[in-house]
Design a protein around this ligand. Structure first.
Ligand SMILES: *Cc1c(COP(=O)(O)O)cnc(C)c1O
Length: 451
């Protein structure tokens, strides 16, 4: 997909070309509510909003929905989720243990039903993807196989601003190998005065320290700044340096299209309760590139669900890993936490990630335009302005009174989130947010920031 922006006599035009061509370039000509409504009327994906329960505003008594811009923390509930969960409860009630083979979606292979749509979403082959566990658990399982410090190659590269769980996971793995994280963890910092990392700098560091690096672990999209990394360039640099490379896609999955197979990292992990709307603690995703997935000799932590399903119930003492990403699964998975994921993935199958991205680029550009129109010295965007370097989220640094501003927004029925010391994150999600949601958020903000 190509995105470009042109400015013409103070007007801002955004052009997007994708495999599904857009009807016309959008010009954000003014900040009126009327324009927001017009864009919603023209939105080919407006129908998707009705597939979700949008929480009612707790700030109003009239039942109106909140302006829900926190789908990057917990996606809204698909209406079809209840039905999918109820179906499994019924089959359990009706069949007991026989539901493993005789449920409408047999439990024995339930996770396999999710495989194709999950793989399409991240641009992987079906054999490269398994839905299991939760994100950090999957990260540890991947590190057990792909962080194997040896000789001079002992170090892990992460961002200094990595999500804490990732930071804890890699540090504990380093300790697990008897090494000191202070020495064996390299943390990437942006240049002075900058908020995000430059691809060239990341690649240069990997090249310069090539003999020391065992693993590069970065996020597809950074949770705090909203920066979308150039996964292809960094993966290439890491592989050329002879290092293993993995991606944490918590904020990328369901947000931006990806081509994991072609990009060729060793592994990737993601959760499904953020942009994938599968509910709190829902079953996470794991990608193992085909070259590794087929390698049954790789060291791994094993359990019976990673054994070839054809012989799994023969209960033999020797592990026979299936030559797929499935070989990393350990336990029989939670059906009740996969049921909402099934409902959610069916929506992504219907709509398509490319179409969602197409709307998302416009929705976020509209938010950026309106924030610029507010023109307050109190707020600064720290997310990259290049649409190819971000997903849907914009992060706003607030010069002072960030927490008060956040509370005011919440009291007005606008749900955005606050990260210390002064970042407000807003994520307009193309599946269920409207242009009017974006307008409403900025309308409230406008009334409470310095001019
Ligand atoms: C949300 C998120 C997590 C959360 O981990 P869980 O294991 O699902 O609790 C981890 N890493 C990143 C980058 C995240 O954004």
């Amino acid at each position: 997909m190509a995105v470009f922006v042109t400015a013409d006599r103070g007007q801002y035009h955004l052009h997007v070309t994708t495999s599904t061509p857009m009807t016309e370039p959008i010009a954000f000509t003014d900040s009126s509510e009327r324009l927001a409504n017009t864009m919603d009327e023209r939105d080919a994906l407006a129908w998707c909003r009705d597939l979700f329960h949008i929480p009612a505003s707790r700030a109003h008594q009239d039942g109106r929905t909140s302006v829900y811009l926190v789908g990057n923390s917990l996606g809204c509930m698909p209406k079809a989720a209840s039905e999918q969960v109820e179906r499994e409860l019924q089959d359990w009630r009706r069949l007991g243990v026989d539901a493993h083979m005789e449920a409408r979606t047999p439990w024995y292979s339930y996770h396999e039903v999710l495989r194709d749509s999950a793989a399409r979403l991240v641009g992987a082959l079906p054999d490269e993807v398994v839905m299991m566990n939760s994100l950090t658990v999957n990260l540890h399982l991947m590190l057990a196989s792909f962080y194997r410090p040896a000789g001079t190659r002992t170090k892990i590269i992460i961002e200094d601003a990595a999500f804490p769980s990732d930071s804890y996971a890699v540090q504990s793995q380093i300790v697990h190998h008897g090494l000191d994280p202070a020495e064996h963890l390299i943390r990437l910092l942006p240049r002075d005065g900058e908020h995000t990392l430059r691809t060239g700098d990341v690649c240069a560091l990997i090249r310069d320290r090539r003999d020391e690096i065992a693993l590069v672990l970065l996020p597809g999209v950074n949770y705090r700044t909203g920066q979308l990394f150039d996964m292809a360039a960094i993966t290439n640099a890491a592989r050329e340096a002879g290092a293993r490379v993995g991606w944490d896609l918590a904020h990328a999955a369901g947000n931006v299209p990806m081509s994991l197979h072609d990009c060729k990292p060793d592994f990737a992990v993601w959760c499904t309760y953020k942009y994938l709307n599968a509910g709190p603690g829902s079953t996470a995703g794991c990608f193992v590139h085909q070259r590794n997935a087929r390698d049954t000799s790789l060291p791994r932590l094993a359990g019976w669900w990673g054994n070839d399903p054809a012989t799994r119930f023969e209960m033999t003492p020797d592990f026979v890993p299936v030559p797929r990403a499935d070989a990393w699964s350990l336990s029989n998975p939670s059906i009740l936490s996969m049921a909402p994921l099934k409902a959610s993935l069916e929506i992504f199958e219907r709509v398509g990630i490319e179409a969602l991205r197409n709307k998302s680029v416009r929705l976020t550009a509209y938010l950026e335009y309106l924030l610029g129109d507010v023109g307050s010295p109190q707020i600064t965007l720290i997310t990259p302005t290049d649409p190819e370097a971000r997903g849907c989220q914009l992060s706003i640094a607030v010069a002072d009174g960030a927490q008060t501003l956040h509370e005011t927004l919440c009291r007005s029925g606008v749900l955005v989130d606050f990260r210390r010391p002064n970042i407000i994150r807003a994520a307009p999600v193309p599946l269920y947010n409207s242009f009017h949601d974006v307008w409403s958020f900025v309308q409230v903000l406008r009334g409470h920031v310095a001019r």
